[in-house]
Design a protein around this ligand. Structure first.
Ligand code: UDP
Length: 472
């Protein structure tokens, strides 16, 4: 019997790509008859992707090939919003992905095509799988609750004839079958409700239902209610495999000298004393907000490590040319003994450091899973995408985080500035020793490790997934 070859199609954004490569490694390591080909569509803006791809080619993964797929047109994306831009970009690669995979089905190949694993952004490629008569799975790099929202909004639109755009700027509370609490409309991702964006996310919901299964980077013990509700749902949801936390535990992308300096600094700090602030690949704040955060940190008295970067879609490797201009006068001198401001952070290594006691986070799903894995409590400061929803889940559904703000919007010039005294009090709450939140996080940390250990829930789900892939 030939090896089963899976075609992985990641979205060309860092957080998604790295997580998907980790899934490929997981499958390959678990079963020696699985091979993976990862098709890379290079997004013109994301500098972090290129450096990550270089690191992969220096350290190849056994039975895993990486193939760059050029676009079949030279579309300009400049005038489009982020999500429409991504879907136009994916559509522009459709034909070349299809042709490449057809070439792989030739009888002289040493492997047999066993199916596709698609990022949610690429779920439209389920049509290629259908044409080739092989199964398509989706890999969701976010949580099960977000999956629930995508499916629920699509079900409301298609099966209940509801116009979900009325939830825009609304104070409605939605009853969603995958949430214990009512979900406020203002935590729904903007993209799910605005006219252009919702065309994209509704089509994701529809296409998700056409897949053979949905692999989710979560674990049952974390999102128990959401996962169990998805499993028992009767509205034609494919099999859901919770296989996480699936993490890359080597910090990638940071400046090596700066990282060494960070660890020398952290080594001198007392146990669990440092508050770490980091807002994902694209997180940034208006200057007025930066000043309020700075004052809050100074007044809280806690040592702090702050990844502070300017805005921009290609900003993940950028730094402010002159930090002084952004910060309150004299801030850098006054906090030189207690604080450190850096650019791109070696986040996983920082979270694993004994000195770090709290994490102010934008609530990207990878960051949430990393905080859980290292048992560091989070204060939630979501900025865009599905981060508000993730923050709501962490604070209200799971009671595992301190909420700083749910309303800040990176992409709105009119966003409400959160005052220093509020941020300061939340940081104090976050850093409290022996709090209920800290205790819950310690408990879920233990469960996260048990989930992927042999016989753990995610370990078993991965086994089930592999059996289903091989048997197809
Ligand atoms: N990350 C990092 N340093 C930074 C910012 C982010 O190492 O300064 C890593 C972080 O550890 C995580 C990923 O980049 O693995 C961000 O993914 P997440 O899903 O949290 O957010 P996104 O960047 O997709 O918004």
């Amino acid at each position: 019997m030939k090896n089963a070859e899976l075609i992985f199609v990641p979205a060309p954004v860092r957080g998604h790509l790295i997580s998907m490569v980790e899934l490929a490694k997981l499958l390959i390591n678990r079963n020696e008859s699985i091979s993976v080909t990862i098709l890379i569509m290079k997004f013109p803006y994301d500098a972090g992707v290129s450096s990550y791809m270089d690191s992969l080619s220096n350290d190849p993964i056994p039975r895993c090939s990486i193939l760059e797929i050029p676009p079949s047109n030279s579309e300009s994306y400049k005038s489009q919003s982020y999500h429409t831009m991504i879907s136009t970009f994916i559509a522009g690669h459709f034909t070349n992905v299809k042709n490449e995979v057809i070439a792989m089905t030739q009888p002289d190949r040493s492997t047999r095509l066993a199916g596709f694993v698609l990022d949610i952004f690429c779920v439209s490629m389920v049509d290629i799988a259908k044409e080739l008569n092989v199964p398509a799975y989706v890999y969701l790099t976010s949580g099960a609750s977000y999956l629930g929202i995508l499916l629920h909004l699509q079900a409301m639109t298609d099966y209940q004839n509801k116009d979900i755009s009325e939830y825009q700027d609304s104070d409605a509370q939605l009853s969603v079958p995958y949430y214990k609490n009512l979900v406020p409309a203002n935590v729904l991702p903007a993209i799910c409700l605005d006219e252009k964006g919702s065309e994209v996310t509704l089509s994701w919901g529809r296409k998700l239902r056409e897949t053979k299964g949905i692999i989710v980077n979560t674990f049952v013990e974390l999102e128990t209610y959401a996962v169990q509700s998805l499993v028992v749902d009767t509205t034609e949801i494919p099999l859901v495999y919770a296989v996480g936390p699936n993490l890359n535990l080597t910090s990638v992308g940071q400046d090596i000298d700066e990282a060494a300096d960070v660890f020398t600094w952290l080594d001198e700090k007392p146990l669990s004393s440092v508050v770490f602030l980091c807002f994902g690949s694209y997180g940034s704040f208006l200057e007025d907000q930066v000043k309020e955060i700075a004052l809050a940190l100074e007044h809280s008295g806690h040592p702090f490590l702050w990844s502070l970067r300017p805005s921009g879609i290609d900003s993940n490797l950028n730094k402010y040319a002159n930090l002084d201009d952004m910060l309150p006068p004299g801030f850098l001198e006054r906090t030189s003994g207690t604080g450190k401001i850096i650019g791109w952070a070696p986040q996983v290594a920082v979270l694993s450091h004994r000195a770090v006691g709290g994490f102010v986070s934008h609530c990207g799903w990878n960051s949430i899973l990393e905080s859980v894995w290292f048992g560091v409590p989070v204060a939630t400061w979501p900025l865009y995408a599905e981060q508000q929803l993730n923050a709501f889940e962490m604070v209200n559904e799971l009671e595992m985080a301190v909420d700083i703000s749910i309303d800040y919007d990176t992409f709105s010039k009119n966003t409400v500035i959160i005052e220093a005294k509020i941020i300061e009090s939340k940081i104090r709450e976050l850093m409290k020793d022996g709090s209920d939140i800290r205790n819950r996080v310690t408990e879920i940390q233990r469960k996260s490790r048990a989930a992927i250990a042999e016989t753990g829930s995610s370990y078993n789900n991965l086994g089930r997934l592999i059996e289903d892939i091989i048997a197809a």
